[in-house]
Write a protein that binds this ligand. Structure first.
Ligand SMILES: Nc1ncnc2c1ncn2[C@@H]1O[C@H](COP(=O)(O)OP(=O)(O)OP(=O)(O)O)[C@@H](O)[C@H]1O
Ligand SMILES: CC(C)(CO)[C@@H](O)C(=O)NCCC(=O)O
Ligand SMILES: [K+]
Length: 259
């Protein structure tokens, strides 16, 4: 069975592919100080609680936080007796290479998302990920990542308002009933919600204009459903896109006789 690990800047998600489906999905906050032993105690407790019989014999990691990888590698070596594939490292093969400026290190989450989305939806895609950052990844006809857009994430923007302005409280994002807020919280919620609707719509339109062709929009990340309430922004929402991409990359490496 394959253990897939997706480390974002805020959360790290673990899931296991049993050969037919993903079993279990476990989320822990990202912290580079967490040791292999800590991960294992946490993970094995949850696996036991769910009465799952897991035989992990392969691991793949995507991490947007480079410092976290060391301890995740130790986890895979020590507790699962395997050498993990790490997306973005030279010894992890990708079905198609990204086409970006020389020397650019593309976020591994973006590479994984684009490969996952290309497998399910074919070419000419815009993948929108509502994570710590809100990213737009453009997928070309051959499935290659050819660039995109990085904007601050929704929760990061809310946090920044609270941090930077003494009288603004911390607010959770929701869809406000009206655009014009009549109290501070409603004003912030409106700014964030309608601001991001406008951001997504505007960026998608601009990308389509620049590419001069129709492009499907695939959304992923915890907040994607919130921004889809009746606005027709996305052709599909897939909460398992990153896990799907990780599994594909693992299978591809196996096919190529790598690891
Ligand atoms: N209504 C909501 N308001 C605030 N946060 C929400 C809401 N719904 C979901 N979330 C958050 O979305 C997150 C899940 O999203 P996701 O895993 O895509 O991104 P992340 O963990 O924040 O970022 P990263 O992947 O960069 O670490 C959860 O942390 C959850 O708290
Ligand atoms: C943009 C984030 C933070 C989104 O998770 C991540 O993909 C990242 O750190 N990327 C590196 C820079 C780039 O993708 O061009
Ligand atoms: K993510």
């Amino acid at each position: 069975m394959l253990l897939c690990i997706d480390t974002g800047n805020t959360n790290t998600v673990f899931s296991v592919w049993d050969g037919e489906k993903f079993v279990g999905l476990w989320r822990i906050s990202t912290d580079h100080r967490r040791t292999a032993d800590e991960y294992f105690v946490w993970l094995s407790t949850l696996i036991t609680l769910q009465k799952l019989e897991l035989n992990i014999d392969a691991c793949i990691i995507s991490s947007t936080a480079p410092r976290v990888v060391f301890n995740l590698r130790v986890l895979c070596n020590r507790y699962f007796d395997t050498r993990p594939l790490v997306v973005g490292k030279p010894d992890c093969l990708l079905p198609v290479a990204p086409r970006v400026d020389f020397g650019t290190v593309v976020g591994p989450d973006r590479l994984v998302n684009t490969l996952g989305a290309f497998d399910r939806h074919g070419s000419d895609l815009i993948v929108v990920d509502f994570g710590t950052a809100t990213t737009f990844d453009v997928v070309d006809t051959d499935g290659a990542y050819v660039g995109g857009v990085i904007a601050p994430g929704v929760n990061l923007s809310l946090e920044a308002l609270h941090m930077g302005a003494a009288s603004l409280p911390h607010v959770d994002v929701t869809m406000p009933a009206k655009v014009i807020g009549t109290n501070t919280v409603a004003c912030i919620q409106s700014g964030i919600f309608w601001g991001y609707i406008g951001l997504v719509q505007g960026v998608v339109d601009k990308i389509r204009e620049e590419r001069e062709r129709p492009m499907k929009v695939i959304a992923t990340g915890g907040l994607a459903p919130l921004f889809d309430q009746g606005f027709d922004l996305f052709d599909a929402i897939e909460d398992d896109l990153t896990m799907h991409g990780l599994r594909l990359i693992h299978d591809y490496n196996k096919e190529m006789g790598n690891g």
